[in-house]
Design a protein around this ligand. Structure first.
Ligand code: ZN
Length: 257
């Protein structure tokens, strides 16, 4: 049983402010610790649930946030710049999206955004408005791997329930604004993540992959005008801030953006 864990930072337990997730933020060193602890709690649960191999991808910003020397020695870690979004996903039995956040524009969601809060406003996959949760679940779906668990705030968990039946949604906080919420204490949050991962790995095979049938069209609405890739022939410009690309799979369409 091989499990792939994508870990983002905004939905990590103990995190509710930009200063904790920005590389130059004053609370970033603490944010890195919290992220590392959630990963260790998740890895523990995976092995309890019967995983034989766990691969963790640090997926926030430049991919170098986890504190390597403090990580659970049973798993392996993908960090830094990588040629693909999920290297090693082929042949995995389940995908865990740990520390994820709601899509851009969800009211009261902690640190909501889609990919880049500075540049991207909204994204649609074959007409369905999507955040990073759907995008990553669908990319793993291209490889036949089901999303078995997510963790984050209540808004992220609601997004997950709508998306995949059967995936375990671990709520480690309740969002109250973009920059604040009601947090579970550390021990309780970690316990829920461990229990959730154990349950998810045990249930893994019964959860179907989230597959988006091709051809896949991704529409992207940017935050600002004047940033469209107007010179490219393979994009369709829809208005001054919005364009579309089409590819045979989610991953290939995404790579065209
Ligand atoms: Zn992030």
């Amino acid at each position: 049983m091989k499990i792939f864990v994508m870990v983002d930072m905004e939905g990590i337990s103990g995190i509710c402010r930009t200063t904790q997730v920005s590389l130059d933020g004053k609370d970033y060193p603490a944010g890195r610790r919290y992220m590392t602890w959630d990963v260790n709690a998740c890895v523990e649960g995976c092995f309890r649930g019967g995983a034989t191999e766990v691969l963790v991808r640090d997926a926030h910003s430049g991919g170098f946030n986890l504190i390597w020397e403090d990580l659970d020695p049973r798993a392996e870690y993908l960090q830094g710049s990588l040629p693909e979004r999920m290297p090693g996903i082929d042949g995995c039995d389940g995908l865990i999206l740990l520390g994820y956040h709601a899509m851009a524009g969800v009211p009261g969601a902690v640190l909501e955004h889609t990919w880049s809060s500075a540049h991207w406003q909204n994204l649609w996959i074959n007409g369905e408005k999507s955040g990073e949760l759907r995008l990553d679940a669908a990319m793993a779906g291209d490889h036949g791997v089901p999303p078995i668990m997510v963790s984050g705030d209540d808004k992220l968990c609601a997004e997950a329930r709508e998306l995949v039946n059967g995936a375990v949604a671990v709520e480690v906080k309740r969002g109250m604004s973009l920059d604040g919420g009601r947090l579970l204490p550390k021990a309780r949050a970690h316990e829920l993540i461990t229990e959730g991962a154990e349950r998810a790995v045990r249930a893994g095979r019964s959860i179907p992959p989230y597959k988006v049938p091709g051809p896949v069209t991704i529409r992207l609405e940017l935050v600002s005008r004047g940033r469209l890739p107007v010179k490219r022939k393979d994009v369709r410009i829809l208005d001054g801030r919005t364009y579309e690309v089409t590819g045979p799979s989610v991953e290939e369409a995404f790579n065209l953006l």
